[in-house]
Design a protein around this ligand. Structure first.
Ligand code: ORO
Length: 310
């Protein structure tokens, strides 16, 4: 069985989209919901709808992607309305609502709106978007993160997750985990894209994307070892009640298996979904089952978090 859990929610399988891919419109979300994915998440909604950054803002790379979308989205009201309607029609199909703030106070405002809505699923607070010009990635600032979470959990008591950027120093994991452990968080999602990479077209000596002078978030295979490390490092530091969604570098079923081995309960796919479309889900599910069978496992809990070290 591929059954998995986040908080009190059960999912038939652990593979889903990462926020940003195939999740902008109601039609995109309906297609995800009808796909083989175990769940789905919306594009990060902001208080006001956004058109995002100028094109070109996504490019395919030899081993992944670069994006500088700039949070194009239909606005929080649109996604709350979608969530309320979908939940009423499909009460047994839990899903995720992602939100992002343009300012720290936005997170509290949005949390209040979601709290007041009828949505009872999982809300993911994106503290790690790398692509809005002039806006830092909040979760690289431990104090700012602590302040936002303090204010947020004064008004919010629904299941909440935090989308984190990749960290690279063990002291960063120590500091962030210590903060996260103090709040009633249901899960973390590691990782967002590797922020502010740069790729160049050799034919023209020109950046591949236009916004921010060519800087953008890197995803795909480039991200896999970083994602594994972030999932593992947080699993070793967070309270066991806090689940982990593992995101980054999934191209095949073995990649899904390895994120679960490092401690993930759910695994999200962005670049490969963007490149391959919804058919990626049945393929990854079949490949995950092969990887499990090769190691003699029949359920996710047989190997979840059971990484061997030497
Ligand atoms: N892109 C990312 O890679 N991560 C985010 O959180 C948001 C965006 C975007 O909209 O640019």
């Amino acid at each position: 069985t591929l059954t998995t859990h986040i908080g009190s929610f059960e999912f038939a399988n652990p593979i889903m989209n990462a926020s940003g891919v195939h999740c902008l419109s109601a039609q995109d979300l309906d297609e995800l919901a009808a796909s083989a994915a175990g769940s789905f998440i919306t594009k990060s909604g902001t208080l006001e709808a956004r058109v995002g950054n100028p094109a070109p803002r996504y490019a395919t790379l030899p081993y992944g992607s670069i994006n500088s979308m700039g949070l194009p989205n239909k606005g929080l009201d649109y996604y709350i309305q979608y969530a309320e309607k979908f939940q009423a029609a499909h009460p047994d199909q839990p899903f995720f609502l992602s939100v992002a703030g343009m300012a720290p106070s936005d997170y509290v405002t949005m949390a209040k709106q979601i709290q007041a809505s009828s949505f009872t699923g999982l809300t993911e607070f994106n503290l790690s978007c790398p692509n809005v010009p002039g806006k830092p990635q909040v979760a690289y600032d431990v104090e700012a993160t602590e302040q936002i979470l303090t204010e947020l959990f004064k008004v919010f008591n629904k299941p909440a997750g935090i989308k984190l950027p990749p960290y690279f120093d063990l002291a960063q994991f120590d500091a962030m985990a210590a903060v996260l452990n103090r709040f009633p968080i249901t899960y973390i999602n590691s990782i967002n894209s590797l922020g502010n990479g740069l790729m160049i077209d050799p034919a023209t000596d020109t950046t591949l994307v236009r916004p921010k002078g060519g800087f953008g978030g890197i995803g795909g295979a480039y991200a896999k070892p970083i994602a594994l490390a972030n999932v593992r490092a947080f699993r070793e530091r967070l309270r066991p009640e806090i689940s982990i969604v593992g995101t980054g570098g999934v191209r095949n079923g073995r990649d899904v298996y390895e994120l679960i081995l490092c401690g993930a309960s759910m695994v999200q796919v962005a670049t490969t979904l963007q490149e391959e479309g919804l058919g990626v889900f049945p393929r990854l599910l079949a490949e995950l089952q092969v990887a499990m069978a090769e190691n003699g496992h029949t359920s996710l809990t047989d190997f979840q978090g059971q990484l061997h070290t030497i």
